[in-house]
Ligand binder design. Structure first.
Ligand code: ZN
Length: 429
């Protein structure tokens, strides 16, 4: 069996941006015999079927149909495909002194800006190409595997106070340089994409392109106990859910097992492929209907379901102990965390926490709690947003990380193995 941490590193390297994370997931599902369903068509599905649905190329929903009745519940794991970073704007080329060209970008979500300085970066995403039908442009994925850009920091000699805190402008400080002596900057990115895809430049109508950190995912620490990579939030949870689903796809269960990977969590989930849309609700409902169930069966299935909303948590940072709750500060390497918030920013309650804790116990996995320091506002995640669409019973959890939203985050190798073991146990039930 492949080592789960090595496999995570391969998964991260193959998934530089949301569209590629979904493509990597899709390929692995196809290899395991999953076939795609089209939301525009009628579905026929039978117990044991392995199916998936892609939404917008950036969200994916895979499921193994249960052996039970249409009214039997779903066992779901939800995660997200997107990570904070930089999107390339239209008309992006900005010619500068001496023939240098920088690109105009817009910040996506909440990255730690200065972690993006002074490292080789590249470009990946989706390109829309002309077709016969204006309503259906062709979509092609693109990624440049070689470094193409850098965001150079200002030398310390121009700002001696830089280490005392340095406010950054997203529009001035963060623009990447792509060339030093370019004769024709206009349309440069389209020319590069056309060349990479082997298409005529005139075919390219538009693009969703992002920057990514070209550094490969790797382990560090005395015994390789830490994993460093961009996009661990939340692709490590996508990988854990996918791995568990594939490992347990042959296990018979009355419940339909679902992996739901949403896009745009980092910007509040408010898109058609995000958790605030009814996309998951539509899919669950259609699974019940395609099995001959009616509206009542759908509601019975929802009432019988359980969801693990998997998004990374903040691990206790040895340099910043004061930022953490005095009694609930998960440490890296000691298991996945149940996230708790008194004001219901997380969907966890004692009932769902008890379920997850028992799943961990049965899987032989340690489990921790994450609660915010009461004077520190925390982030939000998928669970609560999802329950406004489908009133699911469920828990918010995640493996602990350091430097969440850095261009290079750090997680624990052991926690990744623990998380997969817990998810695998859940998907057996
Ligand atoms: Zn996240």
């Amino acid at each position: 069996m492949t080592d789960h941490v090595k496999d995570l590193c391969n998964f991260l390297d193959a998934s530089p941006v949301n569209f590629w994370a979904v493509e990597t997931t899709r390929r692995r599902l196809e290899e395991a015999g999953f076939t795609e369903l089209d939301m525009r068509e009628r579905w026929t599905i039978a117990p044991g079927d392995r199916r998936y649905v892609v939404k917008n190329g950036s969200a994916i929903f895979a499921f193994v149909v249960g052996d039970g009745e249409a009214s039997d519940g779903f066992h779901l794991i939800a995660a997200h495909s997107d990570s904070p970073g930089f999107r390339i704007k239209p008309n992006c080329e900005m010619p500068c002194e001496g023939g240098a060209v920088k690109l105009n970008t817009e910040v996506y979500g909440g990255p730690i800006l200065y972690t993006w300085f002074d490292r080789p970066l590249s470009v990946a995403g989706r390109v829309m190409l002309r077709s016969e039908n204006p309503l259906q442009p062709r979509s092609r994925l693109v990624r440049f595997d070689r470094p193409l850009l850098v965001i150079p920091h200002l030398a310390i000699h121009f700002n001696r106070a830089v280490n005392e805190g340095n406010k950054l402008s997203k529009q001035k400080d963060m623009l990447p340089v792509v060339a030093l002596d370019c004769k024709e900057s206009k349309g440069l990115i389209r020319r590069l994409v056309a060349e990479e895809l082997g298409v005529d430049e005139a075919e390219i109508i538009d693009y969703d392109l992002s920057l990514y950190n070209t550094a490969k995912a790797e382990t560090t620490g005395l015994d390789g106990e830490m994993v460093c990579s961009g996009r661990l939030d939340d692709l490590s949870m996508v990988h854990a859910g996918l791995t568990a689903l594939l490992e347990k796809a042959d296990t018979r269960s009355a419940h339909t097992r679902v992996l739901a990977v949403f896009d745009n969590e980092e910007t509040g989930s408010g898109t058609k492929q995000g958790a605030a849309s009814p996309v998951l609700e539509h899919i669950l409902r259609r699974i019940v209907m395609a099995r001959g169930g009616d509206e009542t069966d759908y509601m019975r299935a929802v009432a019988d379901s359980f969801m693990i909303s998997a998004d990374n948590a903040h691990g206790f940072h040895p340099n910043y102990g004061e930022k953490y709750d005095p009694t609930n500060h998960p440490t890296l390497g000691h298991g996945p965390c149940i996230k708790v918030n008194a004001n219901c920013k997380y969907m966890t309650d004692a009932d769902s926490a008890a379920v997850f804790a028992e799943i961990c116990r049965q899987a032989g996995v340690p489990c921790q709690y994450f609660v915010n320091h009461s004077d520190v506002a925390g982030g939000s995640t998928l669970g609560n947003i999802l329950t406004s669409q489908v009133p699911l019973r469920g828990v918010d959890m995640g493996a602990p990380l350091w430097a969440m939203h850095s261009a290079c985050e750090t997680a624990s190798s052991a926690d990744h193995r623990y998380t997969i073991a817990a998810f695998a146990r859940f998907f057996e039930m």
